[in-house]
Design a protein around this ligand. Structure first.
Ligand code: NAD
Ligand code: ZN
Length: 241
């Protein structure tokens, strides 16, 4: 393990372009449950049955109640050493004119709070709402949000500004992500199960374009990685700086 960590540290220190993909696992060390972990359940509902456009159409109040529960849970949490280590890697890259891109599937906003700058939030942000009528996106940090919330300009119902299961990513985010994957020397894949598309294919895209892919996860996930560092993000990522 120690020699693998040394190798990754060495590669990061000479890379000119680094791309990182993070998933719920990096925030698990901040105390935010992953969807598939034992604490991912809410009132016996699975996240996959609530984070969908069909669920919102059927019962918007139920979906908003679930988001209020998640907002309350996330509001109390702080970035952990893994989030902070990524900020250090980014600053180090910038100091030597390198390029750093952080793609995250997380909606908790913890990368931004830690100080990361080049973040693409592929699945949106739990602190933003979008009008189902006029499409306006606004920040709304109320916990709880009064249910159901309505748009200040057109009066239609608001929904979380989140990419739900079955919905497509913003094409501009997708383009930026693919560009970052096809043009990196090193890719870190941290705390993602690789079952949610399209992020699941990101590691092989980078590997196919010649990147050295490193996975950090306590369990096996991405088969595209040359090196798998088995362990918790908050323990492993700081050692890569
Ligand atoms: P996932 O729940 O499917 O998988 C989490 C992965 O993290 C697993 O592979 C697990 O082995 C790993 N993991 C668990 N603890 C870890 C740790 N301490 N360090 C490193 N890895 C650890 O999550 P996903 O693949 O990110 O995708 C599920 C979807 O859930 C995403 O769309 C995301 O938007 C959403 N989600 C977001 C949050 C958040 O914003 N914090 C939380 C839960 C789910
Ligand atoms: Zn509106």
């Amino acid at each position: 393990m120690e020699s693998f960590i040394e190798e990754v540290r060495g590669r990061l220190s000479t890379a000119s372009r680094v791309t990182v993909l993070t998933g719920a696992g990096i925030s698990a060390d901040s105390g935010i449950p992953t969807f598939r972990g034992p604490e991912g359940l809410w009132k016996n509902f699975r996240a996959e049955d609530l984070a969908t456009p069909e669920a919102f159409e059927r019962d918007p109040k139920l979906v908003w109640e679930w988001y209020n529960w998640r907002r309350e849970l996330i509001a109390a949490k702080e970035p952990n050493p893994a989030h902070r280590a990524l900020v250090k890697i980014e600053s180090g890259m910038e100091a030597r004119q390198g390029r750093f891109r952080l793609l995250t599937q997380n909606v908790d906003g913890l990368h931004g709070r830690a100080g990361s700058r080049n973040v693409i939030e592929l699945h949106g942000n739990i602190w933003k709402v979008r009008c189902t009528g006029c499409g306006t996106v606004t920040e709304d940090r109320r916990v709880p949000i009064p249910i159901p919330p309505h748009c200040a300009s057109c009066g239609k119902m608001l929904r979380p500004h989140i990419v739900w299961f079955g919905e497509s990513l913003d094409p501009r985010d997708m383009d930026r992500a693919v560009e970052a994957l096809e043009n990196c020397d090193v890719m870190l894949v941290i705390g993602t199960s690789g079952v949610v598309q399209p992020a699941a294919t990101f590691a092989s895209t980078a590997r196919g374009a010649g990147a050295f892919v490193v996975e950090i996860n306590p369990d096996a996930s991405s088969s595209a990685a040359q090196i798998a560092l088995r362990g918790r993000a908050a323990e492993i990522v700081p050692q890569l700086v």
